[in-house]
Design a protein around this ligand. Structure first.
Ligand code: ARG
Length: 571
């Protein structure tokens, strides 16, 4: 698509003169209010070098450029050159792009040949997949999609919590009190109950702890009977996690979790020793980070066992060797900010310059309307239940509102699950937020159902036109002069920005930037729909309006895809 900022800069540069002393593209602004123009050049920074007052410079530039075809009008106001784009020029450019790119509208190949690892979700085996986990899962999935949309070569990793001393405890508990059928029926609930029972019993019988430790050591050494149980717990847990991933249409390229690195830690420890950063401390080994304002990182315990961070160190090295990433992204809650700061520092101290390519992308906490999510008090809200409830409630709403669909269950699923995802991605990720059913399932506010409904509305207009898209998606058949009204132009400007907004969301690792823009597009379309009658008799006018609607539909559909949501054709 033509880049208006660049084109304008090329027009302005000769008018400013003085060679390339100024970064004109960098100076051009998009005014907050459209009555100040679509683009503006503030002349204050030019004043010193040009030895002239800003308002005089603005006036001069205005006179030199006002007759250019791409402008409808140019005004000089208080030291600014305010430029109004010729709407027909702009619309023709945008619609041509939409017709040309079709379903790929907004996509780019900026990231071609660059590998980006997106690590997200990472629940813990034998522990519930609760509503707190939704954040990493949904935010990570969206970040992966944003990078994919920009042409990066992405790798989705689920770094499962499938290693650690707790497995010694669960194995012990299972051997004492366990039952195979129960585990098969409800794996996570059952395994969790063993874990809880273990702790209760261990209060009175401390020898249980020793037994668990010994069991874990046998597991670490690959003892077959221990390995078999562990593998079974892992498989059963994963089967339950996958139910949730299926509901969310989320996939991974790798499930290499913590256990995958158990045989890769000795080599990592070796490097730390060579670099002289691993120091003994009361029988344990640590990396002292005081110099960097951080507490020491415990790398091996007194008994020689490794820790969470040790596995992350081995994982980082493995990922660099195996994938040679351009970026390695970790979508993990803000409670782990210190962990990742320590980890990145250690990678750097080990002499790996790719530490700068590793990014921890934290997010705030989610709580329920009646208080915080808590595993300890047993008030766990399972993600699966939340999704099922969203679908159920949506179905009730569809019936209540008399919304016509081809397949009510399918629509309820698309909208209900979409609503939860959207709610999650609406606010800046770092903010804590309260999960509220009223907000999730509101069809009128700035919500998932509202955006999906707008998509379905456009689909319905296109169906009602009685015309096949190939009949009107042709720039020569579009009467561009019919779509230069205010609401058409505002919609077009948002569509034009779509690709740039996705780039910004990628740079800031912030899906909410995309979410907000998609809501803006949906609202702009609805204003256009309210102001203008699309299916008019005049063929050129109808073709132009339908093509603009089509462009909005594709942008919304791609936008919803970026969030991990479906775009229903009917609702
Ligand atoms: N399993 C961990 C948890 O639930 C998250 C893992 C995050 N990823 C990592 N590479 N440390 O807290």
């Amino acid at each position: 698509m033509m880049n208006y900022k660049e084109m304008i800069a090329q027009i302005i540069e000769p008018a400013v003169g003085g060679g390339s002393a100024f970064d004109i593209p960098g100076l051009i602004e998009i005014p907050a209010e459209s009555k100040m123009g679509d683009y503006a050049l503030p002349c204050f920074r030019l004043a010193k070098q040009m030895r002239k007052a800003p308002h005089l410079i603005a006036k001069e530039i205005t006179e030199k450029i006002e007759n250019e075809a791409i402008f409808m009008k140019v005004e000089s106001v208080n030291g600014y050159v305010n430029m109004f784009i010729d709407r027909e020029h702009f619309m023709r450019n945008l619609l041509t792009e939409a017709i040309l790119k079709g379903e790929k509208f907004g996509r780019s190949d900026l990231g071609k040949g660059k590998k980006v690892i997106v690590e997200y979700s990472a629940p813990n085996i034998a522990k519930p997949f609760h509503i707190g986990h939704i954040r990493s899962t949904v935010i990570g999935n969206s970040i992966y999609k944003i990078y994919d949309f920009m042409g990066y070569d992405t790798v989705r990793i689920n770094h499962l919590g499938d290693y650690g001393t707790q497995f010694g405890k669960i194995i012990c508990a299972y051997r004492r009190w366990g039952n195979k059928e129960d585990v098969e029926k409800e794996p996570i609930k059952t395994l969790l109950s063993y874990y809880v029972k273990f702790h209760e019993e261990a209060e009175n019988d401390p020898s249980l702890e020793d037994e668990a430790r010994a069991t874990f050591t046998r597991l670490e050494h690959g003892e077959p009977s221990e390995m078999e149980l562990w593998q079974w717990f892992r498989d059963e847990s994963l089967r339950e996690f996958k139910k949730v991933y299926d509901m969310l249409s989320i996939e991974f390229d790798s499930y290499a979790g913590e256990s995958f690195y158990s045989d890769k830690m000795p080599a990592a420890l070796e490097i730390m020793k060579e670099k002289g950063i691993l120091v003994p401390s009361m029988g344990a080994q640590i990396v002292d980070l005081e110099e960097y304002g951080m507490p020491p990182a415990l790398i091996t315990k007194q008994d020689g066992s490794t820790l969470y961070i040790t596995r992350d160190i081995a994982a980082g090295i493995y990922r660099k060797q195996h994938y040679d990433f351009y970026k390695n992204l970790y979508i993990v809650g803000s409670q782990q900010i210190l962990h990742f700061q320590q980890w990145i520092k250690i990678i750097e101290l080990m002499g790996f310059d790719w530490s700068k390519d590793c990014v921890h992308i934290p997010f705030g906490m989610v709580s329920l309307e009646d208080g915080t999510v808590s595993t300890r008090q047993g008030r766990v809200v399972l993600l699966e239940d939340v999704l099922n409830k969203a679908v159920e409630k949506t179905k009730e709403l569809i019936i209540e509102k008399g919304i016509v669909t081809d397949n009510i269950d399918e629509t309820a699923k698309q909208v209900g699950i979409g609503a939860v995802i959207f709610h999650e991605l609406q606010n800046s990720r770092i903010k804590d937020y309260i999960f509220s059913w009223d907000k999730v399932l509101n069809f009128n506010g700035e919500t998932g159902p509202y955006v999906q409904y707008t998509h379905a509305r456009i689909a319905s207009v296109m169906r009602n036109s009685g015309d096949a898209p190939e009949n009107y998606l042709d720039i020569d058949k579009c009467g561009i002069s019919y779509i230069t009204g205010e609401s058409a132009f505002e919609l077009a400007k948002l569509l034009y920005k779509f690709g740039t907004v996705v780039n910004e969301a990628a740079e800031k690792y912030e899906p909410s930037i995309a979410t907000r823009h998609i809501v803006d597009i949906a609202q702009a379309f609805n204003r256009f729909y309210h102001d203008e009658y699309i299916l008019v008799d005049n063929e050129e006018e109808r073709a132009a309006k339908l093509t603009l609607a089509y462009a909005a539909k594709i942008a919304i559909k791609n936008g919803l895809w970026l969030l991990g949501m479906e775009a229903p054709e009917k609702m």
